[in-house]
Design a protein around this ligand. Structure first.
Ligand code: NAD
Length: 284
């Protein structure tokens, strides 16, 4: 058996096209276009690429994007002052502070300072808490993207055994909350988990967000399982690869996401969706 591919590029384009249509209709009705403020501190090359992709997506979605780029020497107080200014700006709907931040800045403090209704990354404790309470508002983009992809398979998630590998605040933890909200039975694995192979082998759905290339062996996958690979790892030859041994896993899974072209583009599409939702919430 060879798995069907979940094409994140295609699905994300569909989402952005739908967002664009709603934006065009709102603008035609006399409203201003949604605006996303993107803040980049320091010169991390991967962050620079992510920020560039987000700005390009804003153009495609018909948004205004405001760019704030600072050297790594920016102080925490200066960054917090910028966030507060953006919170108070009625022309700004979404605030995205690209992570990771330089070590001298407390990222948690920055995230907590963002107005939760402009927190389009969905990382503020208010939005995270709402997700945990099954009343999500702005949902973390990557796990939300995972759920949209699972929905595209047409498979009913209720009662399915899902294994999430990784428990970070950005990927694993919110992905587990999303799957629980969809009424799957969720096992969250992390660096201290015992018998990971055995847990994966029993799973109908595997979501991997570890950050180690080819960490999840293809022959662990239960025949017919759905495999969502969130990992984005750069190999020495410059190529990108996921956390799952794709070629082997593909022979066993029913559905699988490629890397690149899987969850990555979905994250950006859901960011656009969140920015439109924030705009509509602030200015119904
Ligand atoms: P992280 O380092 O914060 O978290 C990694 C998690 O993996 C931790 O919970 C850790 O306990 C777990 N882990 C580490 N070693 C393990 C092991 N041996 N067995 C089981 N679990 C183990 O990383 P992150 O920010 O969550 O990112 C994970 C991956 O997802 C990275 O490759 C990152 O690039 C990628 N990512 C992709 C997107 C996207 O848009 N597709 C978004 C965010 C992150």
């Amino acid at each position: 058996m060879s798995a069907q591919l979940l094409d994140g590029k295609l699905i994300s384009e569909q989402i952005i096209t739908e967002v664009r249509a709603k934006v065009d209709a709102r603008v035609a009705a006399g409203r201003r276009a949604p605006a996303l403020a993107v803040v980049l501190v320091g010169d991390d090359p991967a962050s620079a690429v992510y920020v560039r992709n987000k700005k390009t997506a804003c153009e495609r979605a018909g948004f205004r994007s405001l760019s704030f780029e600072y050297p790594a020497s920016l102080t925490e107080a200066e960054l917090l002052a910028l966030v507060r200014k953006l919170n108070d700006d009625p022309e700004v709907d979404g605030i995205l502070v690209q992570l990771p931040l330089p070590k001298h800045i407390n990222a948690d403090r920055v995230i907590e300072t963002i107005n939760p209704h402009k927190d389009v990354d969905g990382f503020h404790p208010y939005n995270f808490g709402r997700l945990a309470l099954k009343m999500p508002l702005l949902r973390p983009c990557t796990p939300h993207g995972v759920m949209v992809m699972l929905e595209k398979t047409g498979v009913d998630l209720v009662g399915k055994d899902a294994v999430v590998i990784g428990a970070s605040n950005i990927v694993g933890r919110p992905a587990a909350l999303e799957l629980l909200m969809a009424r799957a039975t969720v096992t969250v694995c992390h660096s201290k988990t015992r018998d990971l192979a055995g847990k994966v082998a029993a799973a109908d759905i595997v979501v991997a967000g570890v950050g180690i290339p080819n960490f999840v062996k293809g022959d662990w996958i239960k025949p017919g399982a759905i495999v969502i690979d969130v990992g984005i790892n750069r190999l020495e030859n410059g190529k990108l690869c996921g956390d799952v041994e794709f070629e082997v896993a593909k022979q066993r899974a029913s559905w699988i996401t490629p890397v690149p072209g899987g969850v990555g583009p979905m994250t950006i599409a859901l960011l656009m969706q969140n920015t439109l939702d924030a705009n509509i919430h602030l200015y119904p």
